[in-house]
Ligand binder design. Structure first.
Ligand SMILES: C[S@@+](CC[C@H](N)C(=O)[O-])C[C@H]1O[C@@H](n2cnc3c(N)ncnc32)[C@H](O)[C@@H]1O
Length: 324
């Protein structure tokens, strides 16, 4: 079976299962078709979504420190960079250029479920001299396993999980995922984790429900995707974007709220789903942390904290963990 066919089959099975849950759900990884990835890039440019600019600032300031750590054992080492959910790849370029400036070479493996994101990041990283670039259109877990097969003794591996991608995992799942990353690494390897911090509710809400409606389009595009790829009959106008701050769970939740009593058929999933007016589909969680919660997550997974850098303006943390 072609890889694309397998992903479509998973999509139909996941939609069938998740729309039968109470409350109804759809997995956030399905937000990123070609249009979804483009809309996400637009979100990163919105004045209210500050994660991307904050993380870039930190990387621009700290890239030489990260490279110094990676090449501490041997200046001739050829590091293996593995970015999980790389998006445009523009953040990894900052580190790769710092390695180049220090006279080094590297290898890059990019992992993203979105072919659009992968093509863009391969183009972005492909501009670098002295770097080999391999893309994997896979989920994080499968892509990580494939990339880790290219680890070589004596050449350190750095896994990057940026853009607060970790925030899409519930707490037990985040622990499990960081544990999986740790098991793919050897002592002297590193994980660079970018994670968003708790901040005032109004700042969080406007970041996920912006006045231009770009985040709403990003969320509602999931229904457009189901209509196109799975033969769905969603009336897009009959669902509204909702962003909610759940303070007890420390997460922003994105939902799609049905504006009427209605039934939707999804041919490839073989289902008809009924919605009551006001009923919601939960499409994404974005957990927010304090500094020590991020450190503890890494420590529970078997890492030591090497460095933690904070952007106080946007309240964002970049944490370098070493595998021990
Ligand atoms: C929030 S964006 C962040 C992109 C980039 N890391 C950044 O910092 O701008 C998440 C990226 O991860 C990808 N992604 C989401 N869930 C994924 C999964 N389960 N497996 C692989 N890629 C995933 C998406 O396609 C998207 O490109």
């Amino acid at each position: 079976m072609l890889q694309t066919d397998r992903l479509v089959t998973d999509f139909a099975a996941d939609v069938r299962r998740d729309l039968a849950l109470a409350p109804k759900q759809l997995q956030s990884k399905y937000l990123y078709d070609a249009l979804g990835s483009s809309l996400f890039e637009a979100i990163c440019r919105l004045p209210w979504y500050r994660i991307t600019r904050a993380e870039r600032r930190l990387l621009e300031q700290r890239a030489p420190d990260v490279i110094a750590r990676l090449t501490r054992v041997s200046a001739d080492a050829v590091p293996l960079f593995v970015e999980l959910g790389c998006g445009s790849g523009e953040k990894l370029v900052i580190l790769a250029e710092a390695l180049q400036t220090a006279g080094g070479h590297g290898r890059v493996h990019l992992i993203d479920i979105s072919s659009q994101a992968l093509e863009q990041s391969e183009r972005t990283l492909g501009r670098l001299r002295h770097f080999s670039v391999v893309g994997h259109r896979e989920t994080y877990e499968v892509g990580l396993r494939h990339a880790a097969e290219h680890r070589e003794d004596g050449n350190p591996m750095l896994v990057l999980l940026l853009g607060s991608n970790i925030g899409n995992f519930d707490t037990p799942a985040a622990d499990g995922f960081l544990g999986e990353i740790r098991r793919a690494l050897a002592p002297e390897d590193f994980l660079l984790l970018g994670a968003d911090l708790v901040k005032p509710e109004r700042d969080l809400l406007i970041a996920y429900d912006d006045p231009l409606g770009v985040t709403a389009a990003f969320n509602r595009n999931l229904l457009v995707r189901i209509n196109r790829e799975l033969g769905g009959s969603f009336d897009i106008d009959a669902f509204a974007h909702r962003a909610v701050w759940n303070p007890a769970a420390q997460r922003i939740e994105m939902h799609l709220e049905s504006l009427a009593d209605q039934a939707v058929t999804i041919a490839s999933a073989g289902i008809t789903v009924r919605f009551a007016r006001g009923e919601r589909i939960w499409t994404e969680s974005s957990y927010k942390y304090d500094e020590s919660q991020i450190e503890q997550m890494g420590i529970r997974a078997g890492f030591a904290v090497a460095e933690q850098w904070i952007d106080d303006d946007a309240r964002f943390a970049l944490t370098l963990f070493s595998a021990i």
